[in-house]
Design a protein around this ligand. Structure first.
Ligand SMILES: Nc1nc2c(c(=O)[nH]1)N[C@H]1C(S)=C(S)[C@@H](COP(=O)(O)O)O[C@H]1N2
Ligand SMILES: [Mo]
Length: 449
């Protein structure tokens, strides 16, 4: 019940943020109309100017700027990827899921998001030298690129409803598409730590936005960052282009392998301290809450920002588990809702024609990397799927395929990834109220005709 109240609150805040929209849209509309044909500042301005008929009232402010055509609309500020249409190793930005707790903030309302104004404050008692970094300075620092998946903790929540019958799980119905893979360009934390003089007793880095909403930020233990300080960083390019507004532009954090929440978008501040930080996104949001999970302990020196000790409900979700899917839309029968633009109606089973089929899929295991992928038909023997190149290491997914002689009737195909340590996807995972990180073997129902 506490969870539902929380969702209600979130909904209200989104509505409120959108209400100031029409005014700013009006301004944007007239600005871009006046410069019709000339290079407008951003793509959305152009499409808005073109799609609004002359003299018409400006369109209501959209919470997400990218085109909806290749995405699944699962809420005002949330879009999942159409994973059943995925074919590429790299996910085009237009196909990449968006998870916002608030509407995508606009430069018009938040001038700090203009690269000319943007700066990052790094401070706290865990460093020798507080600094501020401008966008130009950031771009001149040594940077790296990494190809890595990014996945929302809530991806696969649908499996709690569809396969495990947990009607107490609350949250959006992502199905399996809240994942994408991109090439991220970033200034590594190793460089940042050297610049500010990280103290040996520093404990926590709080990555903070505060731009889209005043509670958007998340801490990470210093030890976790230093264990892979070249892999985690301050990101400004995605697939070779500047980060778009929806994906946190101009600058976000990228933490490969951890759930998306760690990768704070619209980053403006980094607080590095010798004590722990508690905020919304590691207390009552993006945490495991359930009988199998114990709430973490609180120390007297801990800092609470916008939350209280009573809000600490469970351990924060970190690494994403091993997962896999075939590019077939999951049957949604027991989910509380079915997204309006999902290709299947409630209970509808996808159809495939009889005969030789090649089934394709994706598997990932960001903590240790995929070793092999198996599949089975109608509960039969597990068989190995063919892995396709490229397979660039633990942070990337791999594509796989296998032939299937599809015979008329109803069938179930399951897929199971195994990582380089020999861990495989389980049949079920323990219940948690927010439906985080469900890595159970997915079951795809298919009707062969
Ligand atoms: N400032 C801010 N950062 C954020 C969020 C947010 O709502 N606000 N959502 C987080 C969550 S839950 C996820 S899964 C990822 C999603 O990143 P994407 O929208 O670029 O795919 O951003 C994370 N960073
Ligand atoms: Mo997320």
């Amino acid at each position: 019940m506490g969870i539902n109240k929380h969702q209600e609150q979130e909904k209200k805040m989104v509505e409120e943020a959108l209400r100031i929209g029409p005014q700013s849209d009006r301004r944007r509309f007239f600005v871009s109309a006046a410069t019709m044909g000339a290079a407008a500042a951003t793509a959305p301005l152009v499409s808005m100017a073109q799609s609004a008929p002359a003299g018409a009232a400006p369109a209501a402010r959209r919470a997400i700027l990218k085109n909806d055509a290749r995405l699944l609309n699962i809420g005002a500020t949330v879009r999942s990827g159409n994973y059943w249409d995925f074919t590429t190793f790299m996910t085009p930005v237009e196909e990449f899921y968006v998870r916002n707790h608030y509407p995508t903030p606009l430069v018009e309302q938040k001038p700090i998001l203009d690269p000319k104004n943007w700066n990052l404050k790094i401070h706290g008692n865990g460093i020798d030298k507080p600094i501020e970094i401008t966008y130009d300075q950031l771009l001149k620092m040594p940077s790296k690129t990494i190809v890595a998946t990014m996945e929302c903790h809530g991806n696969g929540r649908s499996l709690f409803w569809e396969q495990q019958g947990h009607d107490k799980v609350a949250g959006g119905n992502w199905v399996l598409g809240a994942i994408g893979q991109a090439e991220w360009q970033y200034v590594p934390m190793s460089h940042i730590f050297a610049l500010v003089g990280l103290k040996p007793n520093a404990k926590s880095v709080l990555f903070w936005s505060g731009v889209d909403g005043n509670d958007m930020g998340r801490p990470m233990p210093v030890s976790e960052i230093t264990s892979r300080a070249d892999d985690i960083g301050i990101c400004f390019n995605m697939n070779g282009n500047p980060l778009t507004a929806d994906h946190g532009g101009p600058v976000r954090v990228v933490v490969p392998g951890w759930g998306g929440t760690a990768s704070i978008k619209w980053l403006t501040e980094m607080k590095i301290d010798t004590h722990h930080h508690w905020v919304r996104l590691n207390t009552k949001g993006e945490v495991y809450i359930g009988p199998d999970y114990e709430a973490p302990t609180i120390n007297p020196t801990d800092e609470f920002i916008g939350v209280a000790a009573a809000d600490v409900k469970g351990p924060m979700v970190t690494w994403m588990p091993i997962k896999s899917f075939i590019t077939v839309p999951l049957v949604l029968e027991k989910s509380p809702s079915v997204p309006a633009n999902y290709p299947l109606k409630r209970g509808e089973v996808p159809k495939v024609s009889a005969g030789r089929q090649v089934m394709r899929g994706y598997a990932w295991a960001p903590q240790h990397g995929i070793w092999y992928v198996e599949y089975r038909i109608d509960g039969g023997m597990w068989q190995r799927a063919n892995l396709r190149q490229p397979n660039l290491g633990k942070y990337t997914w791999v594509r796989f395929d296998f032939p299937w002689d599809a015979t008329p009737g109803n069938h179930v195909i399951e897929t199971r990834g195994t990582d380089s340590k020999g861990n495989s996807q389980p049949a079920t995972v323990p219940f948690n109220q927010l439906g985080m990180a469900n890595g159970a073997v997915p079951k795809f129902k298919i009707q062969v005709v």
